[in-house]
Design a protein around this ligand. Structure first.
Ligand code: ACO
Length: 386
């Protein structure tokens, strides 16, 4: 007997069109292709700001005064060093797990080293947020460093967040171009309203689990290729295409076979993703790169972009998203594909923590419903009679 006692409700698949909260953190203008953190456009932040200032803006709701920014920078810098246990776990997982699994594990582990883990006051959550933001970047850099056969590089507190990240990853100071790329990548990935991973974070936090649990849930959700994992998947696709001249055949066949092209499309943006525009400016500078790999990837990316826009842009609202151009640009900065999504996670810790603290101000447990379509009142059958 099918137990459809109630009339079938309207189901919003994937929660499309459902508002879950009020928020003053981020505005995504899907029709015009705009993105604003606390009212400031992503373009103006990339032109004028740095990641530490964006962290302060997201967490506190306004741009800091000079003394406040100095304090935020100081706390972020002084929190960078990783506990020995976390470094040895990273070493233990190296080669056995995807770096996103290692980030998820290592960030979760950090709670064991935080004496304030059980203090749920807003002040403690603010302090824990800065520690999470700072140390997740160190975790990601260390994962990349150890995967490349290196040893843990102790942080340099005199460097900015972005510079220190590249220093811990590569064991040497970055070039000015690498630093510019990294700063912009950290800024554009810092926040994006109630996307899947932020929602995952909020669901965990809505049970009044602590902020480490909430951020760990966010990392788990970010991993998938329909969300943050698309940056790595898009690069793999470009490598599969192999040569810019193969792009048209590959894309045409993939679309004919109903395959999704990673790095295109978005639930909210029905216009060009403004974050992809920021990354594309780097790509355009890389067309004559001396690196064969970067030149090849750039050629493929630009051709694929044009083809996809011609085929699906205006007609279907499918445009490049933040993850499409990231691969070639990260490769130009010498960053391996496996840590693209972990870098996304390191940056997004700022948005996750900001959302969590905002939601806790008026917390209510998330508990949606399902329309049950299974059986009811079945007779229990003993195991030897089935
Ligand atoms: N390539 C080809 N077709 C696509 C693409 C794509 N990248 N994206 C959507 N479509 C098509 C779908 O096949 C579907 O077509 P149909 O109606 O003929 O079946 C239609 O557009 C709607 O697609 P959905 O997946 O239902 O749309 P949704 O709103 O859920 O899409 C999503 C959002 C998941 C991002 C989707 O565009 C996608 O899978 N893109 C590829 C993965 C990706 O790049 N993810 C990163 C997003 S940005 C971020 O999370 C940081």
């Amino acid at each position: 007997m099918i137990g459809m006692a109630d009339a079938k409700p309207q189901i919003s698949s994937g929660l499309e069109g459902v508002y879950i909260a009020e928020s003053s953190i981020c505005r995504v203008d899907g029709q015009a292709g705009g993105l604003y953190y606390r009212g400031y456009s992503i373009d103006s932040l990339c032109k004028n700001s740095d990641y530490e200032e964006v962290v302060h803006l997201l967490l506190h709701g306004r741009l800091p005064k000079a003394q406040e920014l100095a304090e935020t920078k100081k706390v972020l810098a002084e929190s960078r060093n990783l506990p020995e246990g976390v470094v040895s776990t990273i070493k233990h997982m190296n080669g056995k797990a995807h770096p996103m699994d290692t980030v998820r594990t290592a960030v979760s582990m950090l709670s064991a080293y935080d004496p304030e883990v059980a203090d749920s006051s807003n002040e403690a959550n603010m302090r824990k947020s800065l520690r999470i933001i700072s140390r997740t970047a160190s975790i990601v850099a260390t994962i990349g460093r150890i995967a490349a056969g290196g040893e843990y590089v102790a942080p340099d507190n005199s460097m900015s967040h972005s510079e220190n990240f590249l220093y811990m990853l590569n064991g040497k100071k970055p070039t000015p171009q690498q630093l510019d790329i990294m700063r912009d990548m950290f800024i554009i990935h810092a926040e994006h309203s109630s996307n899947a991973s932020t929602f995952g974070t909020m669901v965990a936090g809505s049970t009044l689990a602590d902020i480490y649990s909430a951020v760990t849930a966010g990392i788990a959700v970010l991993k998938g290729p329909l969300h943050g994992g698309a940056d790595e998947a898009a690069l793999h696709m470009m490598n599969e295409i192999g040569d810019p001249d193969n792009t048209e055949v590959y894309i045409t066949e993939a679309l004919a076979g109903k395959k999704k092209i990673m790095g295109f499309g978005h639930r909210v943006y029905k216009a060009y993703d403004p974050r992809a525009k920021v990354i594309k400016t780097y790509l355009l500078q890389m067309q004559d790169s001396s690196s064969e790999e970067v030149k090849r990837l750039t050629g493929i990316a630009l051709r694929a972009e044009k083809l996809m826009i011609d085929k699906l842009g205006q007609s279907h609202g499918i445009w490049p998203n933040v993850d499409f151009f990231a691969g070639p640009v990260y490769r130009a900065a010498g960053i391996p594909a496996e840590i693209f999504t972990p870098i996304f996670a390191a940056s997004r810790t700022a948005g996750w923590c900001a959302h969590m603290m905002e939601y806790w101000e008026n917390n209510r447990l998330f508990r949606p419903l399902e329309y049950y379509t299974g059986a009811i009142d079945l007779q229990y059958v003993p195991i030897d009679k089935r």
